[in-house]
Design a protein around this ligand. Sequence first.
Ligand SMILES: Cc1cc2nc3c(=O)[nH]c(=O)nc-3n(C[C@H](O)[C@H](O)[C@H](O)COP(=O)(O)OP(=O)(O)OC[C@H]3O[C@@H](n4cnc5c(N)ncnc54)[C@H](O)[C@@H]3O)c2cc1C
Ligand code: FES
Length: 347
Amino acid sequence: MHIRLANSGSSFGASADQPLLDAARDAAFNLPHSCQSGNCGACKARLVRGEIHYPRGTPLGLSAAEVAEGLILLCQACARSDLVLETFEIRAADSGAPRRLPCRIERRARLSADVMGLYLRLPIAEDFRFAPGQYIDILLPGDRRRSFSIASPPHDSRPLELHVRHVPGGEFTDPLFHDLLGSLLLIEGPLGTFAYRPHAGRAPPMLLIGGGTGIAPLLCILRHVIDQGIERDMRLYWGVRAETDLYAQTTIDALSRRAAGLKYAPVLSEASAGWRGLTGWVHEAALEGIDDLASYEVYAAGPPAMIEALQGAYAVRGVSMERLYCDSFDYAEDTLVRQRMSAATKS
Ligand SMILES: Cc1cc2nc3c(=O)[nH]c(=O)nc-3n(C[C@H](O)[C@H](O)[C@H](O)COP(=O)(O)OP(=O)(O)OC[C@H]3O[C@@H](n4cnc5c(N)ncnc54)[C@H](O)[C@@H]3O)c2cc1C
Ligand code: FES
């Protein structure tokens, strides 16, 4: 099938059972996306001409009104005919095309009770270019994949640093935490359109909101901005459950000392009686007292529930989401399929 992108005039081929996002990626088009499981809505596009179908069922990430407007989700939709689509083509600045690379786990370090720092050594001869904020997929047998954001900045990415939260019973993270994982991995990357937007002139203030390991891509962005000597007003809010989960505190304190424009506040959802800082939900703490939200560039990364709540807060305030960039840490597609199958057999 022939797929044409109306805004750029470029085109690519797709087979009938291949999600359009995958077909675009195979043809080296980096279209906006995040969860790849039909939940976050980041891969929305307008179907101008042609017919699509959703082999895995109607995705949750589109409202009835959006469907009526002709919007589709590229990570789930497959072509039934030749198509014309209206979408945004993005090649994050300085980012190379995604590639598969073997790599070695150089080091693993417990950062907190349930977060492991994973440091990957890439082949020396390979030029691995990515934009601050992007992620990689770790490939499992059967072409299944697990996504993890890059915490190290592009200029200091050897080894590549990941922050991996333990998912009890998780196919990838369980063996990692029980020391049962070999030292060789196959990765694909860089991926994703959650990436720092550079500004030629005066940049708007930046609000960074992270939930749990969602701090990883934000640290990458912060290190990039600060190490490059870019002067911006930045506010970082990091939400975790308890004080012992603040595993990157020392790194953030060191960055704060170097950047006068950076203000940082941790937010605990299950604070102990002795905690003197902010408490509650991180997105609420971050938006508190901001009347001119539209003037901020907001980068948010973490659990899907946090991203949805933040998008909801924008909707309630009637603020355009044009400057809201989100990275939703969703389940992997095969995990979702497993969950759907298990729900179907139980009902
Ligand atoms: C773009 C992107 C970037 C990400 N970056 C990071 C990162 O930097 N650090 C990080 O720790 N995670 C990140 N994630 C989430 C991470 O990919 C999943 O937690 C991981 O795939 C779990 O793999 P697993 O094989 O151990 O678990 P699986 O075998 O896939 O799942 C086992 C069970 O755990 C539960 N589960 C699975 N995934 C999640 C989840 N995300 N949240 C809650 N419960 C879950 C499900 O109930 C599932 O049945 C990211 C996800 C995306 C989409
Ligand atoms: S809905 Fe397609 S990438 Fe999230």
